[in-house]
Design a protein around this ligand. Structure first.
Ligand code: ADP
Length: 553
């Protein structure tokens, strides 16, 4: 018996083999299919994908053989990898190199052997694809040809496997980075919302006091700054969801005219203060309903208009809306927002849709976050729409948006018309006194909420911890309970789970700084009926309470 010498490039060969990270991995179907095929084509009972490391030949696939490795010194494959072509031993018992080999005389009785080297770049022979028989024999030309082809295929699989693993690792690390970013944004959002709630709420309370006009103005500045921070937090969350494609389209039927009425009211007021003209040219009939993501659509129109108003110092902002209908129910919603602002220079025109790219035009003091247009662009991509910008420096800009929608015509029910025509900022009307629990460990948050509830016929009880809140709600009947989520003693969701199963339980309202979409979903699924993100918005609170008052006057 002869032991095969080491190949000349042994060090490089071993390092390439290790680099594949395949040794001692479990069997894989794609390699097993190759050996099965080789065995069938060559009509041989055994076929192996054999890889040679320092001391052994290890089988990635071992059709017809139980063993997964044998010593390298005995391996036929150690000889096969020394050449470039198929290595064939017709009868090992008559071959001096093998006749005393224990693998020939004992199990698995390798009498016939044919192995094609598995070569990377024609140089590095990692091992072989081989077939083995227990009797002397030959392969015909066709079988030899097939074995060569299967060998090539095996090499491709080895490389693909490595690329696949690399991709898998990269994907996992990208997912980890995305998750870390998401957690970071969630934590920042939560930590900012609580103090912001106190800041905005307390400012509101100061404004209710008899204070000099100048102090009133200062407080309004504080409130504006607070709102800018809140928008920044909301935009950062929105953008990160869009970037990781975690935001999903939420298509619903809605009446665009009603959305535009709220929009029009707001911007008429805004532009009046700035002494510029605002016009909404709406060519859509009020009986038209659209199927689209209402929230995203509103965000797009509001963002573009807010920019136009922000940057325009004199002249006008005109919003033109029309629907290009097609033969069927499909249509293109066409929105154009045109201003007589400073215009956008050609150098920055291509960059305004990138995040954090904000360019304060000459003569404008106000700056933003540089997130608005990136949110518009990504939302439009998701909705299958697009945006075009035309701008002449010194003359103005025009943003043209096209969004594919589905439409129908329907009479507006008077009820819907009433509820949607304006946001319900009026005080809710309760005919009977209500017992109300406010549970929050933050005293300022409780004060802010109590202040908003002051005009209502509520008998309010407060607590600053979860255990006490649950005890009160279990032992007494309350009409409404505002529960903070992260309270000492007991989590708000645990309390909601326990209380919502009680018959005659109070209306549960979650008050929280945990505002990521999955956090909101988790909170609502624990039994809360309403979700109030911090900082509290008076209109949102009153709108929830109006709904509650209708059900429980
Ligand atoms: P932000 O307005 O917060 O800076 P945006 O992403 O909304 O961020 O806008 C990016 C930039 O695009 C702005 O900083 C501004 O330079 C430019 N821009 C957007 N809209 C207008 C407009 N109507 N007129 C002039 N410049 C605009």
């Amino acid at each position: 018996m002869q032991i095969a010498p080491l190949p000349k490039n042994e060090a490089a060969r071993l390092s390439a083999l290790k680099g594949l990270e395949i040794l001692d991995t479990p069997e894989e179907e794609m390699f097993d299919e190759i050996t099965k095929l080789a065995s069938m084509i060559c009509d041989a009972p055994i076929s192996l994908v054999s890889l040679i490391d320092e001391t052994r030949q290890w089988f990635k696939s071992h059709h017809g053989l139980r063993a997964r490795e044998t010593p390298r010194s005995l391996a036929f494959c150690s000889h096969a990898i020394l050449g470039d072509e198929l290595f064939v031993v017709p009868n090992a018992k008559r071959d001096n190199r093998f006749k005393n080999n224990p693998l020939v005389n004992g199990d698995p009785h390798v009498i016939f052997y044919a192995g094609i080297p598995l070569a990377l770049d024609d140089q590095i022979k990692l091992g072989t694809l081989c077939v083995i028989d227990n009797k002397p024999r030959e392969l015909n030309e066709e079988q030899l040809q097939m074995l060569r082809l299967l060998g090539k295929q095996t090499v491709r699989l080895l490389q693909m496997r490595k690329d696949r693993d690399k991709l898998e690792i990269e994907k996992k690390s990208a997912e980890r980075a995305t998750a870390a970013k998401r957690d970071f944004i969630a934590a920042i959002s939560h930590d900012i919302r609580n103090p912001l709630n106190s800041l905005l709420g307390m400012s509101e309370m100061i404004k209710d006091q008899p204070i000099p006009e100048i102090v009133h103005t200062y407080v309004e500045h504080i409130q504006n700054a607070g709102e800018v921070i809140l928008n920044l937090v909301n935009d950062t969350i929105e953008l990160s969801r869009l970037e990781e494609s975690a935001s999903v389209l939420n298509n619903e039927w809605f009446n665009l005219n009603q959305c535009l009425a709220v929009y029009n009211n707001f911007f008429v007021q805004e532009t009046k203060r700035k002494k510029i003209e605002f016009q909404l040219k709406n060519e859509i009939s009020e009986t038209v309903f659209l199927l689209s993501d209402k929230r995203k659509l509103e965000k797009i129109i509001w963002n573009l208009t807010a920019n136009a108003v922000k940057f325009t110092i004199q002249g006008s902002v005109i919003c033109h809306v029309l629907l290009e209908t097609k033969a069927d129910e499909h249509a293109i919603l066409n929105i154009q927002i045109k201003d007589t602002g400073p215009g956008i220079s050609p150098e920055i025109k291509d960059r305004i849709f990138q995040k954090y790219n904000e360019f304060v035009p000459e003569g404008c003091e106000i700056s933003g976050s540089g997130l608005g247009l990136s949110i518009v662009k990504l939302s439009l991509e998701e909705m299958g729409g697009d945006i075009q910008v035309n701008s002449v420096l010194g003359k103005g800009s025009s943003f043209q948006v096209k969004i594919p929608v589905v439409w129908k015509r329907e009479e507006l029910s008077s009820e819907l018309a009433k509820t949607n025509s304006k946001k319900d900022t009026n005080l809710p009307i309760f005919l009977n006194r209500k017992t109300v629990l406010i549970a929050d460990d933050n005293e300022l948050n409780r004060k802010v909420l109590k202040n908003y509830l002051r005009p209502l016929p509520f008998d309010i009880v407060e607590t600053n911890n979860g255990i006490e809140a649950e005890r009160i709600l279990q032992s007494e009947n309350y009409d409404i309970a505002f529960l903070d989520i992260e309270m000492p003693g007991k989590h708000g969701t645990e309390i909601a789970k326990a209380i919502s199963s009680k018959s005659d339980h109070p209306v549960l309202i979650a008050c929280t700084g945990l505002c990521m979409p999955e956090e909101k979903q988790h909170i609502l699924s624990s039994g809360f009926e309403y979700f109030m993100p911090k900082p509290y918005l008076k209109e949102e609170l009153y709108s929830h309470l109006t709904e509650i008052a209708k059900k429980h006057p």
